[in-house]
Design a protein around this ligand. Structure first.
Ligand code: SF4
Length: 294
C-alpha cells in the first residue's frame, strides 16, 4: 500500500564527521521500502516504521521542505539519501520524488550521495550530471555476485547484474560510482569467492570506491524477520546464527579479519579506494536559483 503523509522535516544533519560516505546531511523522501531485503535494519523498532513491509509512506511536502531547508543553509554540503529506504524503489517510477529532490539539490548547488540497488537511477543521469559540478556519487549496494542468491535475500530489488550494468552506464557518463559491499551475511555471503568477484566486478564496471563491511547488525524486529526468512530460505541456518551471536547487535563474519585483509589488498591492487572523505569541488558555493543550468 502507498500512502501520502505530511512530514515535519526532510534534512537531518550528520552530527559527526562521516568517514564512511562523507555526508553532511541525510534525507529520506519515503518511509518503508519495497525491496524487502531480508536483512534490512530499517525494520528495527527504534525507527518506528511499524508497517515496513506492507506500506510505503510518501512525504508529499518533501520538495517544499527541501527547498526551504536549502535556501536557509549558509554552507553547502553533501546530502545522502538511501540509508533508510531505497530512493529508486518501484514507487519512485510513478511518484518521481527522488528526481524532483535531485533537481532541487542541483538548483541550490549542493552535492549528493545516493545509495541504491536499482537501475532506475539511470533515468536521472541528466540531473546527476548537473549536481556533479559540486559533487555527485552513486553507491550500489551489492552483497552477492550471484543473481539467484540476490533474488532470495533482496527479493524485490533488481538483481546484482542490473546494478553492475547501471554502474557502468553512470561511470561512462562521468558520475562517480561506488560499491557498498554491505552487509555481508555470515555463512551465506562471507566467502572470498563472492567478495573478490564483487570487487573485481566493481572495478570492471567503473567503480572508484568499494566500502566493505563483513558482517551484519541485528536487533528486535529486524532479527525476528530475518530469522523467519532464514527458516524458509536456508533451513537450519537460524540455529547457527543463534549459537554464534546470541542476542548480539553486532554480528561480524567469523572470517572478517581475513576478508578485510584480502579485500583491502585486492582493492589496492585494482586502484579502488575503501573509504571516502568529504570532497566538494574547490569552488563550490551555494548557487543562485537564477544561475543558468549547465
Ligand atoms: S533496499 Fe535498503 S532500505 Fe530497502 S529493504 Fe533493502 S536494505 Fe532495506
Amino acid at each position: 500500500m502507498i500512502r501520502e503523509i505530511v512530514a515535519k522535516t526532510i534534512l537531518s544533519r550528520v552530527s559527526q564527521v562521516d568517514t564512511i560516505f562523507g555526508l553532511d546531511y541525510g534525507m529520506n523522501l519515503y518511509r518503508g521500502c519495497q525491496h524487502r531485503c531480508i536483512y534490512c535494519d530499517s525494520r528495527s523498532r527504534c525507527y518506528g516504521i511499524d508497517r515496513f513491509d506492507s506500506e510505503v509512506l510518501v512525504k508529499s511536502n518533501a520538495i517544499d521542505l527541501l527547498r526551504d531547508a536549502l535556501s536557509r543553509k549558509r554552507k553547502i554540503g553533501i546530502i545522502g539519501t538511501g540509508s533508510m529506504n531505497d530512493p529508486y524503489m518501484p514507487v519512485e517510477r510513478e511518484v518521481g520524488l527522488t528526481r524532483r529532490a535531485l533537481e532541487t539539490i542541483a538548483d541550490y548547488g549542493f552535492g549528493v550521495h545516493v545509495i541504491t540497488k536499482s537501475d532506475l537511477v539511470l533515468r536521472d543521469i541528466d540531473v546527476l550530471k548537473r549536481i556533479a559540478r559540486v559533487s555527485a556519487a552513486v553507491s550500489f549496494t551489492i552483497t552477492t555476485i550471484e543473481d539467484d542468491l540476490a533474488r532470495r535475500v533482496e527479493p524485490q530489488a533488481p538483481p546484482s547484474s542490473s546494478r553492475l550494468r547501471a554502474m557502468k552506464a553512470l561511470s561512462d557518463a562521468g558520475i562517480e560510482t561506488r560499491v557498498s559491499l554491505m552487509p555481508t551475511l555470515p555463512f551465506i555471503e562471507d566467502n572470498w569467492n563472492n567478495v573478490s568477484a564483487i570487487i573485481e566486478a566493481a572495478h570492471q564496471h567503473g567503480a572508484r570506491v568499494v566500502i566493505p563491511w563483513f558482517g551484519m547488525s541485528m536487533r528486535d524486529r529486524q532479527r525476528e524477520y530475518f530469522y523467519r526468512q532464514l527458516d524458509q530460505l536456508f533451513p537450519g541456518l537460524k540455529q547457527r546464527y543463534q549459537r554464534t551471536y546470541g542476542a548480539d547487535y553486532s554480528c561480524p563474519s567469523p572470517h572478517a579479519d581475513d576478508l578485510y585483509a584480502r579485500s583491502h589488498a585486492l582493492c589496492e591492487r585494482l586502484g579502488l579506494a575503501t573509504r571516502v572523505m568529504p570532497r566538494l569541488a574547490p569552488s563550490a558555493e551555494p548557487l543562485s536559483l537564477f544561475d543558468p543550468p549547465l
